[in-house]
Design a protein around this ligand. Structure first.
Ligand SMILES: Cc1cc2nc3c(=O)[nH]c(=O)nc-3n(C[C@H](O)[C@H](O)[C@H](O)COP(=O)(O)O)c2cc1C
Length: 177
């Protein structure tokens, strides 16, 4: 594997669903993670993704009542990710791609700062509106994902096996041998 740090982070990232140490995540690190999300590309540069980092224990405990996924309960900080459906100058909507790019940037920033996380999207669908309302997100800003952030206290599970390179990537023609 390459010794390039960015590539090392990409290739070692994995979804962590274990418990977290109660060590707080310093504001400085949360700001870096949010800046990584903000730095992501966006269709027509519409910058449709916005974020709320939650590190206040009282607020976090309230949110943990709303979204009670066991693997998020011990995290000392959460990042809430919001999207806005804004049309681009070319008439297309790119907000889904925009938050996907922001998410991956943040996953990599979280990993490279020594924390673990998991992209929670499917599991938050039925409580997204309640979370958005609780943190006073404006109308039109839809909560799409929750990222717990913290230092893992469990062992990291084995990385998920990805399909073979030959099944997913080729040179010059799709499926070329
Ligand atoms: C759009 C999207 C939604 C996801 N939603 C959830 C979720 O709700 N709960 C969960 O445990 N993992 C969720 N994940 C994480 C995936 O399950 C995980 O990325 C996948 O199993 C591959 O594992 P890896 O991240 O370790 O490579 C989501 C990932 C993506 C990209």
């Amino acid at each position: 594997m390459s010794t390039n740090q960015t590539l090392e982070t990409i290739f070692s990232r994995m979804s962590y669903r274990g418990a977290f140490k109660d060590t707080p995540v310093p504001r400085e690190d949360l700001v870096t993670i949010l800046k990584a999300g903000i730095a992501a590309p966006s269709g027509c540069n519409k910058q449709t993704t916005s974020f709320v980092a939650v590190d206040d224990e009282i607020v976090l405990n309230e949110l943990k009542e709303i979204f009670s996924k066991p693997s998020c309960q011990s995290a000392p900080a959460w990042i809430l990710v919001f999207t806005q459906e804004i049309v681009g100058v070319d008439g297309n909507y790119y907000h889904v791609q925009d938050y996907g790019a922001a998410m991956e940037n943040m996953l990599l920033a979280i990993k490279s700062l020594g924390y673990e996380t998991c992209w929670y999207e499917g599991n938050v669908r039925n409580c997204a509106e309640e979370i958005a309302e609780f943190v006073k997100a404006p109308e039109g800003c839809r909560l799409v994902c929750v990222l717990p952030v913290g230092i893992p206290s469990d062992e990291l599970p084995p990385r998920k096996i990805k399909k073979a390179f030959e099944e997913r990537a080729w040179f010059n023609k799709y499926g070329a041998k």
